[in-house]
Design a protein around this ligand. Structure first.
Ligand SMILES: C[C@](O)(CO)[C@H](O)COP(=O)(O)OP(=O)(O)OC[C@H]1O[C@@H](n2ccc(N)nc2=O)[C@H](O)[C@@H]1O
Ligand SMILES: Nc1ncnc2c1ncn2[C@@H]1O[C@H](COP(=O)(O)OP(=O)(O)OP(=O)(O)O)[C@@H](O)[C@H]1O
Length: 306
């Protein structure tokens, strides 16, 4: 499956985006422990950067992370390098340095982004000529969110989230991201949703069509009104302070707000960059989150830079 072109002596630098789920509807628990999803992924310019160099043994180091992340093979970027070598029978040990802006365990798929970056970067370093589809297949083995981190832009995700179809939504969207103290574990949030559903029947988000129509209108107010996430109730159940963050963002003038993925990051959509700066300033003073970032999307997927 693999052809080789000239090998880059290295180092290779790669930039990868974080994501927000504009829409996330979660089906019931499957026999394999996963849930069927219908989601609209949206990549934003809050990014991690990886520098990948040939080395005597595999290492992974991180700087700027909002919480501890594993080193070596337990880091998703290290796991990605090893899996790519195994699947293509190519490559050698690499040192991966990650400069992180994407919050750790924040619901923005930071670990998945790093895995996507390592796949792309190692493929370049090792001179592998893989198509995007071949890389995406390996990405799906590493996690449900990894194929989207490779693709970027805005896309509908189905299956576990790994089956993608791009959405043409070129109008830029301006976001304020409220970063929380601590993270939430993705499996724990899915399990909390199952628990809530076993006791009652919490409302489910509407069909994905509302969001697709809103995106094609290019009107951020319509997109704000269509934001929805079935995991939000579960994330709030585990971290009740998120309700106050959402309220504070809307009171500050955001057009809409939603917990991103499994949380706890809250994404607030604003009309334009000036409105985002105002909402960010007000939210930062509200005492309802650890810190705020402004970001915009859609951002490109993993790409080699420099
Ligand atoms: C919440 C989202 O970020 C939305 O985009 C993703 O669904 C999570 O994707 P991810 O972090 O790449 O998740 P994975 O590493 O594939 O799965 C971690 C765990 O989350 C749960 N999980 C994940 C995806 C999915 N469709 N159903 C699930 O139930 C499972 O318990 C799984 O063992
Ligand atoms: N490169 C990495 N960056 C961050 N976390 C990593 C990385 N590699 C492994 N991890 C582990 O994965 C866990 C989840 O981290 P991550 O930042 O991807 O969460 P998340 O953004 O909530 O994920 P998602 O949105 O895909 O559900 C962390 O607690 C950490 O232990």
């Amino acid at each position: 499956m693999t052809r080789r072109s000239s090998q880059t002596p290295g180092p290779v630098r790669v930039r990868v985006p974080g994501k927000i789920n504009l829409h996330l509807s979660v089906g019931d628990l499957r026999a394999d422990g996963y849930h069927d999803l219908v989601t609209v992924f949206h990549a934003v310019d809050l990014v991690d950067e990886l520098t990948i160099s040939p080395a005597e043994r595999h290492t992974v180091s991180t700087e700027g992370a909002s919480a501890a992340v594993p080193t070596g093979g337990k880091n998703l970027a290290g796991a990605a390098a090893r899996l790519l070598a195994k699947r293509t029978k190519a490559g050698g040990p690499v040192a991966i340095q990650i400069s992180k802006q994407i919050p750790v365990a924040g619901g923005m798929a930071g670990g998945s982004a790093d895995a996507a970056g390592a796949l792309l970067g190692c493929a370049a370093l090792w001179g592998l000529e893989l198509t995007r589809d071949q890389l995406s297949e390996i990405a799906a083995e590493l996690g449900s969110d990894v194929p989207f981190a490779l693709a970027g832009g805005t896309a509908v995700g189905t299956g576990r989230g790994e089956r993608l179809s791009p959405v043409l939504a070129r109008t830029p969207l301006h976001w304020v991201l409220a970063l929380a103290d601590g993270g939430l574990s993705t499996p724990a949030v899915f399990a909390e949703l199952d628990r809530l559903r076993s006791h009652a029947d919490p409302p489910r988000v509407a069909g994905v069509q509302d969001m697709l129509t809103a995106l094609s209108s290019g009107d951020p107010a319509q997109v704000g009104a269509a934001l929805g996430n079935d995991l939000q109730a579960a994330a709030i159940s585990l971290q009740p302070g998120l309700r106050r963050t959402l309220r504070a963002g809307l009171a500050a003038g955001a057009l809409g707000g939603v917990v991103s993925g499994s949380g706890p990051t809250v994404a607030l959509l604003c009309a334009d960059p000036a409105a985002a700066a105002e909402v960010a300033a007000e939210l930062a003073g509200s005492g309802t989150c650890r810190s705020v970032r402004v970001a915009s999307g859609p951002a490109p997927g993993a790409r080699v830079i420099g």
